[in-house]
Design a protein around this ligand. Sequence first.
Ligand code: ADP
Length: 200
Amino acid sequence: MLSNTMKAMLNIVLFGPPGAGKGTQSQKLIERYRLLYISTGDMLREEIKAQTELGKQAQATIERGELVSDDLIGRIIEAKIAREPEVAGILFDGFPRKVSQAHMLEALLEKLNSRLHCMLSLEVPQDVLLQRLLERGKVSGRADDTEEVILNRFKEYEAKTAPVAEYYRQKGMYTAIKGTGTVEEIFERLTAEIDKAAAK
Ligand code: ADP
């Protein structure tokens, strides 16, 4: 398990607050670069839908807008990678969300004999984020897209996730990307940075 000695992988973290557009851009990025998509949020929602033991453990926490334990996150990521041993690279969306998870990621990529190529952070003003999430809440059916829970997710982001940006900044790996404009414009900005990082 977890060996990839054939070809160099391209590994990317797409970072940013709730509502920044990570999910939308991820779909386009995995298609362009043929990457394995690891969205911890999507995977957790699937576990909840299937009412697995793990899903049941995560559900209440997610509905409060808080972060689930590193242990659960580690388990779903390892399981996903074990199912897909031959990948051209991985796009992480919604992970790492705490500095402890940044350490988990390092260990994981080391096991894969690989490394992180870039960490791209979508930057969007908070009032725009709130509007986008409230709009999405009308159609997504997501239990955590209500105003009260969204504000709690922002709080968790500031307290636990923003330090992850600082962590990568200190390593010289952090790239801010303007997350407003059209989906295409934002995609262009992201791919320009990825192509640069992949060439290094
Ligand atoms: P968003 O970015 O819109 O907040 P996600 O779909 O990425 O949404 O995540 C939804 C919820 O799932 C989070 O609020 C959190 O409870 C949980 N979650 C997702 N990823 C992680 C993670 N890496 N660590 C802890 N909790 C997570």
